[in-house]
Design a protein around this ligand. Structure first.
Ligand code: THU
Length: 163
């Protein structure tokens, strides 16, 4: 029997003011995007901003539906929009924030399992890691250098190929 363990490096910043300027700019875009969420059911407004390799910033928010499973998380809304408008351009960073029904947003959230799977495929597709900037409207901000770090042992398209 062999044993291994997985280490996930996370950089923790005390607040937005301690981030590098380009990260703070992207994060502010994500905060602004929470205003555009369509979240009448959960009232949990999520904002995302992604930076592409060409420097373009694309923002998005969660878009819900009365048929709840038809709703789409802000991460996948934004990744799909970017890929549709700028096909073939790699994503280099993704900032994620939120505000809940009572206006609270004091700690980072991280992408749900489906979004982690989607992010992993964007990294694989472009052969580039996506840096995640996670935080609320106040409190600490976490930076994770690769989205795939959040999905160890991810299922990928490699498995679909004949071995
Ligand atoms: N949601 C996101 O958009 N991203 C996340 O990372 C977590 C959850 C959305 C989905 C749903 O509209 C609402 O937040 C509550 O789950």
């Amino acid at each position: 029997m062999k044993q291994t363990s997985i280490h996930i490096p996370v950089q923790i910043f005390s607040d937005l003011k301690t981030l590098e300027a380009p990260d703070a700019e992207l994060f502010e875009c994500a905060r602004n995007a929470t205003a555009d969420a369509y979240a009448p059911y959960s009232k949990f407004r999520v904002g995302v901003a992604i930076r592409l390799e060409n420097g373009q910033i694309i923002t998005g928010s969660n878009q819900e539906n009365a048929s709840f499973p038809a709703g789409i998380c802000a991460e996948r809304v934004t990744l799909s929009a970017a890929s549709a408008v700028y096909p073939g351009i790699a994503v280099t960073e993704l900032a994620l924030t939120y505000v809940n029904e009572s206006g609270d947003s004091k700690h980072p959230i991280s992408p749900c399992g489906i979004c982690r799977q989607t992010l992993a495929e964007y990294e694989q597709r472009f052969g580039r890691s996506i840096r995640l900037i996670l935080g609320g409207f106040s409190g600490e901000i976490y930076i994770i250098n690769r989205a795939t770090d959040l999905l160890p042992f991810a299922f990928s398209s490699q498995e679909l190929k004949p071995h």
